[in-house]
Every structure is written in structure tokens, then in C-alpha cells.
Design a protein around this ligand. Structure first.
Ligand SMILES: Cc1cc2nc3c(=O)[nH]c(=O)nc-3n(C[C@H](O)[C@H](O)[C@H](O)COP(=O)(O)OP(=O)(O)OC[C@H]3O[C@@H](n4cnc5c(N)ncnc54)[C@H](O)[C@@H]3O)c2cc1C
Length: 376
């Protein structure tokens, strides 16, 4: 499907070994206990993964969207929720700062984030502004040499544990008057107001955050006032390509588990995999997965060539998110009653997959973006 280079194959091998050793054994436990695999997360730094798109100057390994997507896929196959937190850290926070922050901001924040001594999060969504992100009401007002942030953000991945947050806030009266701020967890007025309980992705902490006259030094404004919409959209585009890797990983886990199970489980004196209706399900899953991989890898390569298409990113996200949820449901069906039981991982795969149809923009919003492009 794709002619992987020797370096990419080595990356795949190294990350697969890491995922098998550090993520897979705890995936079920962190889902059950709703905790996160902090140790593995921080250990990713030793492989350079926390700065996958960042230059060596800041401790990173500066690979492209294709490699970042491949890493999401491998990690996502082992533990989707740890991978969601990884995405929020590396793509939404670290890559965002690497592309948009000033030299001094990068010097100050990136080395710790890349070394895993600090955790990152990105806060855009608000209780009243999800799909309509530009409808956000969190405001930042300049007072002396500080900005005062007031408002709240919700569903923020890593929000409860983040040391450094990239926060979007309104700085003018126009709809697009949005600016980006770097907020440290100890800034006065910042508070984690609630840790949220979820259906899936339970090993990825999600929180509601409050900014009550939160004091942010003016040096922490990223770029210029009122000019962040393009950062936000570019970052969302990169997110949608790379997050598709998590969907591919979940679907692969569903297919692998169901294929194995169907070869071991016998009914009517025959292994399940000899029944044509089971074969059909597996064949369909494999075909959808192959199509998803072809789409996502080619989109990631286009991204690395500098081609920017919001529609292509949306297509990747839409196709693979639906495919992963469907793969989860199919895997449950192939396992029958066992598929519905918590002792087996496939119901978790399905619960995790469903988030892929909501986070980073819902399926409906992806369709709006794609349709808009058709009529351009
Ligand atoms: C686990 C999790 C982690 C997340 N992590 C982050 C994070 O780290 N940072 C962050 O900023 N955000 C994060 N989000 C927020 C996520 O991006 C939003 O949930 C998402 O964009 C949808 O917004 P909403 O939940 O407010 O839904 P709404 O916008 O209220 O949508 C509700 C329904 O209406 C539909 N809808 C809305 N508008 C239209 C329309 N114009 N046409 C047709 N249908 C429409 C939607 O598709 C959806 O089905 C996370 C969410 C979750 C669940």
C-alpha cells in the first residue's frame, strides 16, 4: 500500500514494542479505574515521541504528519485513550506552539513538554460553543502588562493534569477576533472546575476548566491579537489527519481480536470462521480498514508535501471514525455474549471508537466542511 522507508519501518518496530510492553497490559485497567497511564506517557519522551514534529533544538525528532499518524495508529491499537492524551499533548499543544509561538516562548515551554516533565493541553471548546467554536465567549482583556481571562472551557483532554495549556479566547468584538494564550496551571484565577466521567476513552482524563480573572502575562500571547483563527484551523487540520490514525488502530485491534476469536470459538461443531456470515463480516472489516489506511496515509503524505486541504482532513476523520465504530460493533457481534462482557476488550474498543465521531469536530461538521468545498 505504501513503500515505507527503512527509518519508518524502524519507527514502527520501536513504537510497536513500546506499545506492547507499556500500553497494552494496562489498557483495560485504566479504563476500568478511570485513571491514566502516566508512567508510559512520560516514558514516550525517551523515544522522542512527545516532540515527534518538533526540531532537535527543542529535543524533538521532527518527523512529518505521516509518521505522527503511524505512531497514533500503533499506540491506538494498544490503548486508544492513552493515545488520545498523547495527541492532545503532541499535536494540539506541542506542534501548535512549535508552529505559532515566538522563539522565546518556544525556548521557555517546548523543552519541558518534549521531555515529558510537563504535560500539555489545548482548550478551545466551551459549554456553549462546541461545533460553533468561533462562538466562544471566554474573553481576554489587556490590563497593564497582563491579559485577564474570564470564562470556562470544557471537555479538555489532559485538562486536569496539564502544566501548560494553549487557550483560545476572544479579544475583540468581531466573530474572528480570537487570540491564543499560554496558560500555566499555577496562574492566579485558573482552576480545574470538574473532572468529567465518560462513556469511553476513560484512560484519557477530561476536564472542565474555569478562568476567573485569570492573570496571563502579555508575553504569553501567541502571535498577534485577533489573528489566531488561522492557527486554530491549521492545527485542527493536522489533528484530523493524525487522529484518524487512532481510528485505524482501534479498527485494526477489532479485526485482529475478532479474527483470532472466530478461529478458536466452535459452535455446531464448527469454528466460527468457517461460517460464511462470519467470514463476510471479517472481509468487510478488513476492506474498510484497508480503504481507511489508503486514504489517511495519502492525506498525511499530501500534508507533508505542504498541501493544505480542510476537506481532505475532514474526509479522513469522517471515514475512519465511522469505520472504527462499525468495526467495534462488528467485533462485539462476532464474539456474541462474550463481546458484550467487560472481560473482553471489544466493547471498550467500541466505546473508545465512538469518541472519534465527536472529538476534533463531529461527523456532521466534517460533512459540512466537505460539502462546503464541493460548492467552492
Ligand atoms: C472526550 C472528549 C475530548 C475532547 N477533547 C477536547 C480538547 O482537548 N480540547 C477542546 O477544545 N475540545 C475537546 N473536545 C470537544 C469536542 O471537539 C466537541 O465536543 C465537539 O467539537 C462537538 O461540540 P459539542 O460537544 O459542543 O456538540 P454540539 O456542537 O452541541 O453538537 C451537538 C450535535 O449537533 C450537531 N450539530 C452542530 N452543529 C451542526 C450543524 N451546523 N449542522 C448539523 N449538525 C450540527 C453535532 O454534529 C452534534 O451531533 C473533546 C470532546 C470529548 C467528548
Amino acid at each position: 500500500m505504501i513503500a515505507w522507508s527503512a527509518e519508518q519501518k524502524l519507527l514502527e518496530k520501536t513504537v510497536s514494542e513500546f506499545a506492547k510492553k507499556e500500553l497494552l497490559p494496562l489498557a483495560s485497567e485504566i479504563d476500568e479505574k478511570e485513571t491514566w497511564n502516566e508512567a508510559a506517557f512520560r516514558k514516550m519522551a525517551s523515544l522522542g515521541l512527545l516532540g515527534i514534529t518538533v526540531s532537535e533544538e527543542f529535543g524533538g525528532i521532527q518527523l512529518g504528519a505521516l509518521e505522527a499518524t503511524l505512531v497514533m495508529e500503533i499506540l491506538g491499537k494498544a490503548c486508544a485513550s492513552t493515545t488520545l492524551s498523547y495527541l492532545a499533548h503532541t499535536i494540539l499543544t506541542v506542534n501548535n506552539l512549535f508552529l505559532n509561538a515566538s522563539e522565546s516562548q518556544k525556548q521557555k515551554y517546548l523543552p519541558d513538554l518534549v521531555a515529558g516533565t510537563k504535560i500539555g493541553a489545548m482548550a478551545m471548546t466551551e459549554p456553549g460553543a462546541g461545533s460553533d467554536a468561533l462562538g466562544m465567549t471566554t474573553r481576554a482583556e489587556k490590563r497593564g502588562n497582563k491579559y485577564i481571562l474570564t470564562g470556562s472551557k470544557t471537555y479538555i483532554t489532559n485538562g486536569a493534569y496539564a502544566d501548560v495549556l494553549v487557550v483560545y479566547a476572544r479579544t475583540g468584538s468581531g466573530r474572528k477576533d480570537i487570540s491564543t494564550f499560554i496558560v500555566e496551571k499555577d496562574f492566579p484565577g485558573f482552576k480545574v472546575s470538574k473532572k468529567l466521567k465518560k462513556m469511553g476513552m476513560k484512560g484519557s482524563p477530561t476536564a472542565e476548566l474555569s478562568f476567573d480573572q485569570c492573570e496571563v502575562p502579555e508575553a504569553n500571547l501567541v502571535g498577534k491579537e485577533n489573528e489566531s483563527v488561522s492557527h486554530m484551523m491549521n492545527n485542527l487540520n493536522m489533528e484530523r489527519v493524525t487522529i484518524s490514525g487512532i481510528s485505524l488502530g482501534i479498527a485494526q485491534a477489532c479485526l485482529d481480536y475478532a479474527t483470532q476469536y472466530a478461529s478458536e470459538r466452535t459452535q455446531f461443531g464448527t469454528p466460527l470462521n468457517q461460517f460464511q456470515m462470519i467470514q463476510e463480516r471479517l472481509a468487510e472489516m478488513a476492506t474498510q480498514l484497508a480503504a481507511g489506511k489508503a486514504l489517511v496515509y495519502s492525506a498525511a503524505q499530501a500534508f507533508d508535501r505542504g498541501e493544505r486541504s480542510m476537506s481532505l482532513g475532514a474526509q479522513c476523520k469522517l471515514f475512519t471514525a465511522k469505520m472504527a465504530t462499525e468495526a467495534g460493533l462488528e467485533a462485539i457481534q462476532i464474539l456474541g455474549g462474550y463481546g458484550y462482557m467487560r472481560e473482553y476488550p471489544v466493547e471498550r474498543f467500541m466505546r473508545d471508537a465512538k469518541l472519534m465521531e465527536i472529538g476534533a469536530g463531529t461527523n456532521e461538521v466534517m460533512r459540512l466542511i466537505i460539502a462546503r468545498e464541493l460548492y467552492k
